[in-house]
Design a protein around this ligand. Sequence first.
Ligand code: DGL
Length: 273
Amino acid sequence: MTAPNNIASKKALSSGPIGVFDSGVGGVSVLKHIRTLLPHEHLLYVADSRYAPYGNKSVAEIQARCFAIADFLIAQGAKVLVVACNTATAAAIDALREKYSLPIIGMEPAVKPAAEASKNGIIGILATVGTLQSAQFAALLESHGRNVEVVTQACPGLVECIERGEVASQTTRELLVKFCAPLLAEGVDTVVLGCTHYPFVRALISEVLGPKVVLVDTGAAVAKQLKTRLAEVGLLSAVNQAGQVRFWTNSAAADAPAVMASLWGQAAEVSTF
Ligand code: DGL
């Protein structure tokens, strides 16, 4: 009796949704990779935009927000959580894994791939203050940044522009010119987009840095790791139809659903929480 019941409950669990969250809309850049790699999975996305940016918040504040969102996603039936935020991963992944028993995937800036891709051995990292000051980032540099020169640059104000949907505005461009200048001065040939918001201004960053600088981010790698983990624990959906995608935001901005849909690139069902 036990075996068939177990199989039945595993099957019910595997058809549950994947819960993805970020401090705001940035994690949608990761969600796109997840959708492409796992088109049959149901996806839930939470943008904690009322509390964005996380980059200048304390570890305790970020952990409290992550717990609140994890509780929400688990109440919606999430079978796995993806922390689609480098800052939240650095601040809270250990605490999340200690508190919850479901699989939790996190992310960190792509220092290793960038160090491998760089031809001149000079790489730049664009990320939030929180990520750059974290112990996790120091450990990452220690493991993978030893043989290259690493130029780090925090980007205060950039997440706020992207939250407003300003992916090509003059304000965004001016900020990027300012943040990219030290990287160009050091002669970087590879730059890590170490915050999930930044892929939305990839075109602008590329324009400012010039066509020879290679940009690296971790969205595709996170989706791949998620798929591997789901397969390992027997939770890949066996369903053959396209999964549903639902979005939540706690942003006070009236145009938040429109910004979400525009970054997602198609119509989006956005609720508030
Ligand atoms: N998108 C986030 C990250 O990957 C954080 C942005 C923020 O809220 O500061 O780091």
